[in-house]
Design a protein around this ligand. Structure first.
Ligand SMILES: Nc1ncnc2c1ncn2[C@@H]1O[C@H](COP(=O)(O)OP(=O)(O)O)[C@@H](O)[C@H]1O
Ligand SMILES: [Mg+2]
Length: 336
């Protein structure tokens, strides 16, 4: 396996800067996730690592070796594309076996059979091995595409939203399976997604990507608990972090704060009326979630409840100052 580094990498397409002075270090054996919305530069980053794109500026390193000018085939990356790309005239077996039969590898047939069958079992397509790729559903085709990467032992796995075309149940199953496989094999994985649940469950470390720039890197918990900007704070967490008017906190936070944010699970919920009560809008016992409102501001609180609170009922919410995050007008986190 291998480590990967991008050093000052920039990639432009005409007037668009898809990747902007990117600094990234993925360690050997790490499951590293880039999380960002559509257009953030995720796919371009993977293509730069694979060698399908060449950077306008900066260097790409693998195990410390400069591979910026190395052709894709020599880099030995297994790429799972967002849009599955199978050989339609081949069977599922032959699609998965394809990389093992390349002239560079020449794997013995018995070993090919064993490895293809193992991967097919993992992906629950063992009974589809003799079908033509065209006779599969979209979800099955994507599993074959994942299988074609997993059957190899490359230096690095590059995965471009590989689960996004699957239905919810299969996505969850394969997510757990991918993580288990990576743990067992110690593979280096660079995985990109716009789905925060995928990102936080899979990642050893996560990078928040926006407009081709990395906003923050850390373990999922570090990024969740200690976001350096309001934008990053809003990227993780469902329901999203509450953003409250700074006037509610006058005297208790940094004077320059214009936004105060607090996670739903940190809001304290008490019964009853009072000068600073909120009105319940919605209450879900199953999800332990209260949505309440005061002066047009909605607040979500995640809490264990003994009984449902009725819409319109008053509820007292408080915001422990040590759980509040303070941000300036530009969205940068302020020290307390
Ligand atoms: N081959 C290309 N030609 C022109 N623009 C491109 C090309 N590839 C990507 N882009 C642009 O670069 C930006 C980043 O794209 P991409 O890396 O695909 O983002 P993501 O995968 O995060 O959705 C987008 O604005 C996209 O339109
Ligand atoms: Mg993409």
């Amino acid at each position: 396996m291998a480590s990967i580094s991008l050093s000052g990498v920039t990639k432009r397409f005409g007037p668009v800067t898809a990747v902007d002075d990117l600094q990234l270090d993925v360690q050997d054996g790490e499951f590293f996730v880039l999380l960002g919305p559509s257009g953030a530069g995720k796919t371009t980053t993977l293509r730069l690592v694979a060698g399908i794109e060449r950077p306008d500026e900066g260097r790409v390193l693998m195990n410390g070796e400069d591979i910026t000018d190395m052709p894709p085939a020599q880099r030995d990356c297994a790429f799972v594309f967002q849009q599955y790309s199978l050989y339609p005239h081949l069977t599922v077996f032959d699609n998965i076996a394809f990389p093992l039969r390349s002239p560079m590898r020449r794997t013995p047939p018995a070993e090919i059979k064993q490895r293809v069958e193992r991967v097919a079992q993992t992906l629950h397509i063992e009974n589809k091995l003799h079908r033509k790729a065209t006779a599969l559903s979209g979800g099955e085709m994507q599993r074959v595409a994942i299988g074609r990467a997993l059957v190899r032992e490359p230096r690095v796995f590059l995965m471009d939203e590989p689960l996004s075309s699957l239905d919810a149940q299969l996505r969850e199953e394969l997510r757990v399976e991918l993580k288990r496989l990576q743990r067992q094999s110690g593979a280096t994985v660079l995985y990109v997604t716009h789905d925060q649940v995928e990102a936080t469950t899979l990642a050893d470390r996560i990078a928040i990507l926006e407009h081709g720039r990395i906003q923050q890197v850390g373990t999922p918990l570090q990024v969740y608990e200690d976001p350096q900007s309001l934008h990053v704070a809003q990227r993780l967490g469902a329901p999203a972090i509450n953003v409250l008017p700074a006037e509610w906190f006058e005297g208790s936070g940094p004077p320059r704060a214009t936004h105060v944010a607090i996670r739903p699970e940190d809001v304290a919920v008490g019964a009853g009326n009072g000068p600073s009560h909120f009105d319940v809008i919605e209450c879900s016992l199953v999800k332990h979630l209260v949505v309440a409102e005061r002066s047009g501001v909605e607040v979500r609180a995640h809490t264990r409840m003994d009984q449902a609170l009725h819409p319109g009922a008053p509820v007292r919410l408080s915001f422990p100052p040590d759980r509040c995050l303070f941000f300036d007008a530009s969205g940068q986190r302020l020290p307390v």
